[in-house]
Design a protein around this ligand. Structure first.
Ligand SMILES: NC(=O)c1ccc[n+]([C@@H]2O[C@H](COP(=O)([O-])OP(=O)(O)OC[C@H]3O[C@@H](n4cnc5c(N)ncnc54)[C@H](OP(=O)(O)O)[C@@H]3O)[C@@H](O)[C@H]2O)c1
Length: 238
């Protein structure tokens, strides 16, 4: 039975992906900040005959990541999927949601970097041996088209854009560093999706995004390592 570990599994895209993988017969390590209040996720775990377990992980709290890694020592993880992410306000519809030049709130910027960049980095550093010990050896982080420097024709969105460009850079380095170990590492854009983060006017629903992402992840080979992929299987310019 292949296994996947997902951060931010309590709601949004992480929850959708967790449901899809458990339905497909995978062993799912579903991580979130507060499992006790994750009632929908708990219901899925309860109905999973032990295939899904819940784990307390706040990606800003590196001690919680170290505890997770200790509890999963020697457990192969086929896919390490970093989904937990932070934008702050809702893009487009919230006042200030476009994060324009001259409006930087540097404590918000710090938080964005801690969650979107240091979180996936620390998760990978803590769990890389589990991934290397698995059959599929896949390391996937949800990035965003907003992290594309080559594709940036609209400006604005300073902190979130910087965080996703940074996470792209670290995923590319992991692709290079772990290729010899057979690890496939990619950042992936889930589309602009109607979740709490994406807001109500986003392009696609969560089911379309999660089904597409699962298909892409299932089909990844080592040749794909270091690509900047989209939920529909296409690629983005860095
Ligand atoms: N939705 C879009 O249109 C879109 C577009 C491009 C990229 N993305 C990326 O896709 C990913 C998922 O987005 P989403 O739309 O599902 O967002 P969402 O609905 O806002 O959900 C965010 C998830 O991240 C978790 N999270 C936030 N801070 C955390 C922390 N410190 N530790 C652990 N978990 C934390 C949240 O948990 P709590 O409930 O505890 O807050 C929640 O589970 C993010 O990385 C996002 O940047 C989304």
């Amino acid at each position: 039975m292949p296994s996947i570990l997902i951060t931010g599994a309590n709601r949004g895209l992480g929850f959708g992906l967790a449901k899809l993988y458990v339905a497909d017969g995978w062993r799912v390590f579903a991580c979130c900040r507060n499992p006790d209040s994750a009632s929908e996720l708990s219901a899925v775990a309860d109905a999973s005959n032990g295939s899904m377990t819940l784990h307390t992980v706040d990606v800003e709290d590196h001690a919680s990541i170290d505890s997770l890694a200790a509890s999963l020592k020697d457990q192969p993880i086929d896919v390490l999927l970093n989904v937990a992410g932070y934008y702050g306000k809702i893009i487009v519809t919230d006042p200030g949601g476009l994060q324009e030049f001259g409006t930087s709130d540097y404590s918000e910027w710090d938080k964005t970097m801690r969650i979107n960049v240091y979180g996936p980095m620390k998760m990978a550093e803590a769990l890389i041996d589990n991934v290397i010990a698995s059959d599929q050896k896949k390391l996937v982080t949800l990035s965003s088209v907003i992290g594309s420097i080559g594709g940036n024709n609209v400006g604005k969105i300073y902190p979130y854009r910087a965080s996703k460009a940074a996470v792209n850079a670290i995923m590319k380095s992991m692709a290079v560093d772990f290729k010899e170990k057979g690890v496939t590492a990619i950042p992936m854009h889930p589309g602009w999706v109607r979740t709490e983060m994406g807001g109500p006017v986003a392009d696609i629903d969560a089911d379309t995004s999660t089904a597409g992402m699962k298909k892409v992840i299932d089909g990844l080979t080592l040749e794909d390592s270091g690509k900047y992929m989209v939920y529909d299987g296409s690629e983005l310019p860095w």
